[in-house]
Design a protein around this ligand. Structure first.
Ligand SMILES: Cc1cc2nc3c(=O)[nH]c(=O)nc-3n(C[C@H](O)[C@H](O)[C@H](O)COP(=O)(O)O)c2cc1C
Length: 198
């Protein structure tokens, strides 16, 4: 079946087609701050763009009433965010943190998500997250009239919990992340070695 996206397809249908086929997607658990209010929200339109320079991209849609999400407002205002990777044991907290609260309410307090402020220059990281990327805003991408705003972020610093570094000399890291599949979640299976290219 071919789906021509230019012929009467609703945004919801296109979302269904893309979110169930671009899988598995990693989840960026994004922390921003405004006037001391810690905002936390998950984003699965999230990719690593480049290692040189170290950049990632998250794509931020809009709230149900058409207004900007707090994450976007805060990144525009301070040009900073902290992105945590989500491990299996944090699935519930991560999912709950997608609730749309008022701008002056913190998902950290509302859902009791503990954060650690070990770098005053950036929003805190989530205490139980094994990896955190401390990011600055590189640029917004203009999708010409769309309310969705892809943000390119420079990764300035990466925290990796010592417990998931399996070999410091080879810099080998292993943890149990959650992936997004459509509106559900998946865990990773066993690693498979890459085949030798003849
Ligand atoms: C797993 C997951 C992934 C999500 N991915 C996105 C996404 O990529 N882009 C987006 O705009 N919203 C996404 N959402 C919805 C936001 O998390 C939600 O709108 C949240 O309330 C935004 O919070 P904020 O207003 O504090 O920024 C996702 C929700 C979940 C549960």
């Amino acid at each position: 079946m071919n789906f021509n996206l230019n012929e009467n397809k609703t945004v919801n249908e296109i979302y269904k087609l893309m979110s169930q086929t671009i899988i598995p997607r990693p989840i960026a658990w994004v922390i921003t701050e405004d006037d001391g209010v810690v905002n936390i929200a998950p984003f699965s339109y999230f990719i690593g763009l480049s290692s040189e320079p170290a950049t990632v991209l998250i794509s931020v849609g809009h709230k149900a009433d058409g207004s900007e999400k707090d994450t976007l407002l805060n990144i525009r205002k301070y040009e900073k965010c902290t992105i945590c990777m989500v491990q299996e044991s944090d699935l519930e907290k991560m999912h709950f943190s997608s609730k749309s609260l008022n701008h002056d309410a913190s998902e950290s307090e509302y859902f009791n998500i503990e954060t650690i402020n070990d770098d005053q220059m950036f929003p805190p990281r989530i205490a139980t997250a094994p990896v955190a990327y401390y990011c600055t805003l590189n640029q917004e991408i203009d999708l010409e009239g769309s309310a969705t705003v892809p943000l390119v972020l420079n990764v300035e610093k990466i925290f990796v919990d010592d417990d998931i570094i399996t070999n410091k000399e080879t810099l080998s890291i292993k943890f149990q992340p959650i992936a997004r599949i459509g509106k559900s979640y998946a865990f990773l299976g066993e690693d498979v070695d890459a085949p030798q290219i003849p």
